[in-house]
Design a protein. Structure first.
Length: 198
């Protein structure tokens, strides 16, 4: 009886851990209606529908990697305050998506405010995000300030929110931008294994 109880407890634990992992992966699906493993074609079709520019990068030292960057000539991506979206594909399958936020018309303070809003929104939608790092570097009359936060509900599946502000002390000007990165490292490792097979 005791052995049967332990077996049942082990099976139940495994079921709940698997369910939690599946739920976390579903929660951390990339935006724009994309899913892990999608082909680049889905992003290209979306870009064409909205008359957006597409840049494709094929790094020579990383066979199998394709990077698609999509941005409008002016303004923002449809229904967002984002300036660009960048997808990384290995073996033709999406494993990382970065949403870039930059507005040449906005002050650094306004961009900081938008970053703080996005950080709160990410926390509400995905749970508490943790501070990764905060740095301030002064070099050649430029002050660079960075902040980053992350959420990793399951090892290898995470969100990273990164902010960068550059202040030119001579010209007394500031620029700021930030990015939200969705990354499925587990899926990337699986794809790398597949690519290594003969």
């Amino acid at each position: 009886m005791n052995r049967l109880f332990h077996l049942w407890a082990a099976i139940s634990s495994l079921f709940f851990l698997t369910a939690a992992a599946v739920t976390a992966q579903a929660i951390l699906e990339p935006p724009f209606g994309l899913h892990w493993g999608d082909s680049p074609e889905k992003l290209v079709v979306w870009a064409a529908r909205h008359s957006l520019d597409v840049t494709i990068t094929l790094p020579g030292d990383q066979p199998g990697l394709r990077i698609l960057k999509i941005n409008p000539r002016k303004g923002f991506l449809p229904e967002t305050k984002a300036s660009a979206v960048e997808g990384r594909f290995l073996g033709g399958k999406l494993y990382e998506l970065t949403v870039h936020y930059f507005d040449p018309e906005a002050s650094a303070d306004l961009m900081q405010s938008r970053f703080d809003e996005l950080r709160k929104q990410v926390s509400l939608e995905h749970g508490k995000i943790l501070t990764n790092q905060q740095q301030r570097l002064v070099e050649d009359q430029f002050v660079t300030r960075t902040q980053s936060f992350h959420r990793e509900p399951v090892k290898g599946l995470f969100l990273l929110l990164a902010f960068t502000e550059v202040e030119d002390l001579l010209r007394k000007s500031k620029d700021a931008r930030f990015s939200l990165i969705y990354r499925n490292e587990n899926f990337k490792k699986d794809l790398e294994k597949e690519l290594k097979k003969p």
